[in-house]
Design a protein around this ligand. Structure first.
Ligand SMILES: [Zn+2]
Length: 52
């Protein structure tokens, strides 16, 4: 029972929720969103949807 599917589509690395929120829509951000924001040199953290 290490890593059961919990319904989500099978992404290997699970993004963990952070205590940060998207500065555009207010959605709670996960580690992946943070990483994306950094990669794209966003000054404020935003969620994946708002990046796209
Ligand atoms: Zn957003």
């Amino acid at each position: 029972m290490k890593s059961e599917n919990d319904g989500a589509a099978g992404s290997r690395e699970k993004a963990r929720m952070t205590d940060k929120y998207c500065n555009i829509c207010g959605e709670q951000l996960n580690t992946w969103d943070i990483r994306l924001s950094k990669t794209l040199a966003y000054k404020i953290p935003v969620c994946e949807e708002c990046i796209l």
